[in-house]
Design a protein around this ligand. Structure first.
Ligand code: SF4
Length: 81
């Protein structure tokens, strides 16, 4: 895998943890057309079983995510604090 391209400064090697993500295949749950507390709760339940929660949380923090569920947290809610 090439490390030429980056996402928020993270290389493909840095992002290899995503291959273990429990949310793979749950696009509609994590990126619903109309997010609400029910869709966020469903996403967080998936995160509860994810082996890469720490890596995901670190990524979301460094990338400055402001919306959605990352690392088992509702970042939309956190960004309003
Ligand atoms: S912690 Fe949640 S959002 Fe992050 S990779 Fe795992 S399942 Fe996906």
């Amino acid at each position: 895998m090439s490390d030429t391209l980056t996402v928020y400064g993270w290389t493909a090697t840095d992002l290899r943890w995503r291959q273990q993500a429990a949310c793979i295949g749950f696009v509609d749950t994590f990126f619903p057309d109309r997010p609400n507390r029910h869709t966020r709760a469903a996403a967080i339940r998936i995160c509860d079983s994810c082996p890469v929660v720490t890596e995901c949380d670190d990524y979301a923090t460094e990338a400055g995510e402001k919306m959605g569920v990352w690392g088992g947290k509702n970042w939309t809610k956190l960004s309003r604090l």
